[in-house]
Write a protein that binds this ligand. Structure first.
Ligand code: PLP
Length: 382
C-alpha cells in the first residue's frame, strides 16, 4: 500500500469519527460561556478584575512560580522578556533556525539581530554540541561577553524553543548559557502542562514565555504570560507591560517607554475557566498519543515523535517523521491527507528561508533542514 494511504487509515483508527479533523482546536463549553458572561456582568472587561487574579493564581500554582505576568499574547511576552534581559539595538541573540517567527521578530523589534543555529533531531530544539561549535567558530570573549568576530556585535542572549510541547535539551543549553554569559529565555509558548524532571517548562531560564492562543492547550482567545525568577524582573515586566505608568491615584506619569500588553479581564475569564480543565485536556492528548503510537507502529516508513527521557509532555502537537529513504514524500502525504480533511501540517519554514532573516548570521543547520522536510504534525485535539 502507498505510504499516504497507510497513514490515512491509521489516523482514522486513532481518531473519533468526524467530518473533518482539525490540527488543534479550542474546546469551549457551557461553563466557559457562563464564566465569560459573569465577567461581562461585572463590567470589568479590561486590564483589572477578579478573573485576572484568579487566572494568574492558577498559573502560579501549576508552574510553582509566583513571578508570572499575564499579557496579550506569546509574542509580546517574548518582546518583554528580551527587554528585561537588557537586549538593545545592535546586540545579537541566538535562536534555532527551526522556530516560530515570533522569536526572530521580537529580537528585531529591539533593533537586535538573530543568529540562527541548528537543532538536534530527537528534541527538535537547539543542539548543544552544534551550538558550542558555532560559538567557538565565530566568537571571542570580550568584556565578559561573546563578541561575534564577523559582525563586531555582542551576543547577549539565547532563546530555546521547546517544540510542540516537548522538552528541549534544557540542562545542557542552560549550562552553555551560563558558561558564555548569555541570558537564557525559554520559548515555552506551546508548553502549558509540560514538565521536565517534575519542573514546569519555562521556569528553568531567566525568562520563560507561554501562549494562550486559540490553538494552544488552553486558550484566552489571544493571550500569553512572561515568567521570570526574580522579584526585580517581575516588577519590571509588570511595569513595562502596563505602559510604564507609575502607581498613583490620579496622576498619569510614565517613567520609561512602555507597552500596552496587559491581558484583559475578559480574556482571563475564559483562561480561568479553561485552566480548571487543564488536566482533562492533558489526559485527552496523552490518550490520543498512545493511540497514534499503537496504530503507527506497523508503518515502517515513519516514526512517531518520542519525548526525551525524564520529560512529561503535554503532547500539544503530535508528529511523526518520515524515514530517510522516503524523505521526499512529505508534500505528497500532506496534500493527500488535507484533501481528506485531515489537517496535518509541516513544521515552520526555517527562519533562514524567510526574506527578512535570510541574511542573519547562521550555521549550516542541516538537521533543521531535514526535520523541516520530513516531519508532519497530526490532528492533536480530538
Ligand atoms: C513556539 C511559539 N512561540 C511563540 C508563539 C507566539 O505566541 P502568540 O501567537 O500567542 O503570539 C507561538 C504561537 O503561536 C509559538 O508556537
Amino acid at each position: 500500500m502507498m505510504i499516504e494511504k497507510k497513514i490515512y487509515s491509521s489516523i482514522l483508527k486513532a481518531l473519533p469519527k468526524k467530518n473533518r479533523y482539525p490540527l488543534s482546536e479550542p474546546e469551549i463549553n457551557n461553563v466557559d460561556k457562563r464564566i465569560i458572561l459573569e465577567c461581562l456582568k461585572t463590567g470589568w472587561v479590561s486590564s483589572n478584575g477578579i478573573y485576572l487574579l484568579k487566572f494568574k493564581k492558577k498559573i502560579q500554582q501549576i508552574l510553582k512560580n509566583k513571578f508570572i505576568v499575564p499579557v496579550i499574547n506569546g509574542t509580546s511576552a517574548l518582546h518583554l522578556a528580551l527587554i528585561a534581559a537588557k537586549i538593545k539595538k545592535n546586540d545579537e541573540v541566538i535562536i534555532p533556525d527551526l522556530s516560530y517567527v515570533s522569536a526572530a521578530n521580537s529580537i528585531k523589534y529591539l533593533g537586535a539581530t538573530p543568529n540562527l543555529v541548528d537543532i538536534e533531531t530527537d528534541s527538535y530544539s537547539i543542539c548543544p554540541k552544534k551550538l558550542e561549535f558555532y560559538i567557538k567558530k565565530i566568537c571571542i570573549k570580550k568584556n565578559g561577553f561573546l563578541l561575534n568576530k564577523n559582525t563586531g556585535r555582542y551576543i547577549k542572549a539565547l532563546i530555546l524553543v521547546h517544540v510542540f510541547g516537548y522538552t528541549g535539551n534544557i540542562i545542557k543549553i542552560k549550562q552553555l548559557c551560563k558558561k558564555y554569559n548569555l541570558k537564557f529565555i525559554e520559548d515555552s509558548s506551546e508548553c502549558l502542562g509540560s514538565f521536565f524532571k517534575k519542573k514546569h517548562l519555562g521556569t528553568f531560564g531567566d525568562f520563560g514565555v507561554l501562549s494562550f492562543n486559540g490553538n494552544k492547550i488552553i486558550t484566552t482567545g489571544g493571550g500569553g504570560a512572561v515568567i521570570c525568577n526574580s522579584k526585580k524582573n517581575y516588577k519590571l515586566l509588570k511595569h513595562i507591560s502596563a505602559n510604564s505608568k507609575i502607581n498613583h491615584k490620579w496622576k498619569f506619569y510614565h517613567d520609561r517607554i512602555g507597552y500596552n500588553y496587559r491581558l484583559s479581564n475578559l480574556a482571563a475569564s475564559l483562561g480561568y475557566s479553561q485552566i480548571l480543565r487543564l488536566n482533562y485536556f492533558l489526559k485527552k492528548r496523552s490518550k490520543l498519543y498512545t493511540k497514534y503510537l499503537k496504530y503507527f507502529s506497523s508503518i515502517k516508513e515513519i516514526q512517531m515523535y518520542k519525548p526525551i527521557k525524564d520529560s512529561k509532555p503535554n503532547h500539544w502537537l503530535m508528529s511523526f517523521r518520515i524515514n530517510k529513504k522516503y524523505a521526499n514524500q512529505q508534500s505528497k502525504i500532506l496534500s493527500y491527507l488535507i484533501k481528506k480533511k485531515i489537517f496535518v501540517r509541516p513544521p515552520w519554514e526555517l527562519m533562514s528561508s524567510l526574506p527578512m532573516y535570510k541574511r542573519c548570521p547562521k550555521d549550516k543547520n542541516i538537521n533543521a533542514q531535514n526535520v523541516q522536510k520530513t516531519v508532519i504534525c497530526l490532528p492533536s485535539s480530538l
